[in-house]
Design a protein around this ligand. Structure first.
Ligand SMILES: NC(=O)c1ccc[n+]([C@@H]2O[C@H](COP(=O)([O-])OP(=O)(O)OC[C@H]3O[C@@H](n4cnc5c(N)ncnc54)[C@H](O)[C@@H]3O)[C@@H](O)[C@H]2O)c1
Length: 349
């Protein structure tokens, strides 16, 4: 564990505590906020789920900003988490640290309980004790599980999770709702949909495809290619988060106080918001965009559906648009071009 001092001068826009700041999404969010003049404190345990040097690279980049400070520790270490948050005095906490990954959760379920259940509980406790004005936390499109009604909307019943990863995220939503209700913590839960872009996660399909194609190795395409994903460009995603930071939910006076289609709880300042591209893209079209950008054709290895996987995800992002005026709009071709350019630069090929 280490706590690095940052410049603690007051800044124009506020102080944001980000868990998982050395992660893919946390890094992009921290960088966006720092560019806008926020003070950011990053809290990350630098877990070895994937290449730690990539996390160090992101972290090193953030450390160049004078208003960035950080703590390297696990969420499960509740005393360190509390101390870091108390010292920083955040206006908002954005909780992104988690054990992610659908497939890894089949072989390593326990780490999901430790990071996602115990870790999130500690974030909730810190938020309660410090009376945080707005807590924002990551959930996932995976919680829609076996749902067949598309696009997935926040008010759809989502009770049929297919993996322990999705189950822990669903549990996080319930835990956060109870804390919002009991302790009046304004809380926004995001449900993210297959995020891609520069500084991405090596375990995600976009990254694995680029690696394999460049190495001349076959890429695994599940369900024989009959797969659809609402691919969301990371730049759009963090812009949505940034706008939601300024939109804390307020406890409604009653059910009549809630607009149609709003997921706001009728008993708590708690809301769930999808952040997706609102477009169901065929996996094979995504692969084609990568091939065009790399100028290399992929060797395709068609495989059956994987256990715990779903054939399609598709977000209804109209609530995000109504709350923030923003709708993710980066095309697959533009988003992949950004990712491929970064990959080429970072790995020097
Ligand atoms: N990337 C996606 O497509 C996607 C989709 C849906 C939901 N999400 C959610 O978004 C969030 C961010 O995902 P990401 O893609 O940036 O993942 P990531 O793995 O790149 O980032 C997570 C970070 O959290 C840290 N971390 C993990 N467990 C920790 C613990 N117990 N204590 C302290 N730090 C810990 C890791 O070191 C990592 O840097 C996660 O909650 C994930 O479940 C991501």
């Amino acid at each position: 564990m280490s706590i690095a001092e940052g410049n603690n001068d007051p800044v124009r826009t506020g102080r944001i505590f980000i868990t998982g700041a050395a992660g893919f999404i946390g890094f992009h969010l921290a960088r966006l906020l720092l560019e806008e003049g926020y003070a950011v404190h990053g809290y990350d345990g630098m877990t070895d789920y994937y290449d730690v040097s990539l996390k160090r690279g992101r972290h090193g980049h953030l450390e160049q900003y004078p208003h960035y400070s950080s703590t390297t520790a696990m969420l499960e270490d509740h005393e360190t988490l509390m101390e870091a948050a108390r010292l920083f005095r955040p206006d908002a906490i954005v909780h992104l640290a988690a054990q992610a990954g659908v497939r890894y959760s089949l072989e390593n379920p326990r780490v999901y309980i430790d990071s996602n259940i115990v870790g999130t509980f500690n974030v909730l406790e810190a938020s309660r004790e410090l009376a945080i004005p707005h807590l924002l936390m990551a959930s996932t499109s995976s919680i829609y599980g076996a749902n067949e009604k598309m696009p997935f909307a926040e008010l759809d019943k989502a009770d049929e999770q297919l993996t322990i990863y999705a189950a822990t995220k669903k549990a996080n939503e319930s835990m956060a709702h109870s804390y919002a209700h009991l302790w009046n913590i304004p809380t926004t839960m995001f449900r993210f949909f297959t995020v891609y872009g520069s500084w991405g996660r090596p375990d995600l399909a976009s990254f694995k495809f680029v690696d394999a194609i460049l190495a001349g190795k076959p890429i695994d395409i599940y369900n024989n290619g009959d797969m659809y994903r609402d691919f969301t460009f990371v730049g759009d995603l963090v812009r949505g988060i940034r706008l939601l930071i300024d939109t804390p939910p307020e406890r409604p006076a009653g059910k009549d106080d809630i607009a149609p289609g709003d997921s706001l709880s009728h008993v708590a300042p708690f809301r769930i918001v999808n952040i997706g591209n609102s477009d169901k893209v065929r996996l094979l079209d995504f692969v084609e965009a990568i091939e065009v950008n790399l100028g290399v054709e992929a060797v395709r290895n068609y495989l059956p559906m994987q256990k715990g996987d779903v054939p399609a995800t598709w977000a209804d992002s109209s609530l995000l648009e109504r709350l923030t005026g923003f709708r993710p709009n980066t095309s697959i071709m533009d988003g992949i071009a950004e990712f491929v350019a970064w990959h080429r630069g970072y790995y020097g090929h």
